[in-house]
Design a protein around this ligand. Structure first.
Ligand code: HEC
Ligand code: HEC
Ligand code: HEC
Ligand code: HEC
Ligand code: HEC
Length: 215
């Protein structure tokens, strides 16, 4: 009897799911949304300029991509773009396909001179897409070959991205942040240095065995 009820429940869920699917089909198709030309949001050009500012700390990237805009204002989850972080050693940087999942839906209006209002960074993004080329993002965090670091171990232990990478969701242009822990000799250690790893491992009773981090 209990078994049968469970089956009934599954059936109800399936029917509800199908109904929700049908409802989604009645919404305007992406093509129709895209057909409405868009003017960029008021702050988007400022975010783009700050992300591409050559004088701000950090390497200038091939596309002025703002984390403050995407992860801050739009609250897109870190793991949506850095999908490997909780599963594998490397966090990875998103593919052009993932960016285009959103950006292929936006079409931009023209100004009175017939110039597209599309932000320049998005024009560059679409060039990579059309040429089927990956975006050559410049890497910011890179440990030497002899060190082993695994994201998933840290994410599983509940260490926040921001503890190691700083307030990413407030940064237009990404850069290596300084450690905020001051050492007895009053110099902050630079992140990614061995002392930085050891300091936190000591505080959290994680392993300090040389062979855990070194092959
Ligand atoms: C979940 C949806 C979404 C995804 C995924 C996404 N974006 Fe965006 N992005 C937006 C929205 C919304 C805007 C604002 C557009 C506007 O106002 O017209 C924007 C703005 C931008 C801008 C202009 C502002 C800035 O940050 O300089 C650039 C450049 C950009 N995106 C590049 C990218 C790249 C590169 C990727 C992939 C790594 C990406 N986007 C992924 C939604 C997304
Ligand atoms: C819409 C996609 C997107 C989202 C959401 C996003 N990122 Fe990123 N992230 C990127 C792209 C593209 C790059 C490479 C360009 C750059 O460095 O700005 C990057 C680079 C990074 C880097 C530097 C990688 C290196 O080269 O060392 C870190 C660290 C990072 N992201 C952390 C985060 C954190 C933490 C969050 C959430 C608060 C987040 N990201 C949300 C797309 C995203
Ligand atoms: C305990 C510190 C720590 C935490 C927590 C952490 N990272 Fe990292 N991250 C690093 C280090 C160290 C590197 C350099 C790794 C290397 O060179 O092998 C790195 C590299 C990266 C990169 C560069 C690409 C790559 O795969 O090497 C991205 C993107 C990134 N982290 C995103 C994130 C995101 C998103 C989170 C949260 C889900 C996060 N990190 C949590 C320390 C951390
Ligand atoms: C903000 C704190 C913090 C920082 C910084 C940090 N770690 Fe960790 N790490 C931890 C914690 C907590 C664990 C324990 C995870 C567990 O118990 O599974 C851990 C576990 C590990 C492990 C797995 C240990 C094992 O027993 O298998 C390795 C390897 C490691 N960290 C390497 C590094 C390296 C390399 C760095 C510096 C580039 C670093 N960690 C920086 C907190 C940190
Ligand atoms: C929690 C991780 C971790 C542990 C444990 C650890 N190291 Fe390291 N070690 C690193 C990182 C990260 C680097 C690279 C960054 C740097 O050079 O500061 C490094 C670099 C080194 C270097 C090269 C320094 C240089 O200037 O090139 C030596 C030698 C070294 N470690 C020896 C050791 C010995 C010996 C132990 C055990 C007593 C040990 N490490 C334990 C993370 C660790």
């Amino acid at each position: 009897m209990k078994r049968i009820r469970t089956h009934w429940r599954l059936l109800v869920i399936a029917v509800a799911g199908a109904a929700a699917g049908l409802f989604l089909l009645t919404l305007p198709a992406p093509e129709q949304v895209a057909a409405q030309p868009r003017t960029p949001e008021p702050d988007v050009l400022a975010a783009q300029a700050a992300a591409g500012d050559p004088d701000a700390p950090g390497p200038t990237q091939p596309i002025p991509f703002s984390h403050a805009w995407h992860a801050g204002k739009y609250e897109i989850e870190c793991l949506y773009c850095h999908t490997g972080t909780d599963r594998s050693a490397a966090a990875g940087v998103p593919s052009v396909e993932l960016c285009m999942g959103c950006h292929s839906q936006f079409q931009y209006a023209q100004d009175e001179n017939g110039e597209s209002l599309e932000p320049d960074g998005l024009k560059t993004l679409k060039q990579y897409w059309e040429n089927k080329e990956p975006i050559p993002w410049k890497q910011i965090h890179r440990l030497p070959e002899h060190v082993q670091f695994r994201h998933n171990r840290h994410v599983a232990a509940g260490v926040e991205c921001q503890t190691c990478h700083g307030p990413v969701e407030e940064m237009d242009k990404l850069h290596l942040t300084e450690d905020t822990v001051w050492w007895p000799w009053l110099l902050p250690s630079q992140k990614l240095e061995m002392g930085w790893c050891i300091q936190c491992h000591r505080e959290n009773e994680a392993s300090q065995d040389c062979l855990v981090c070194h092959y």
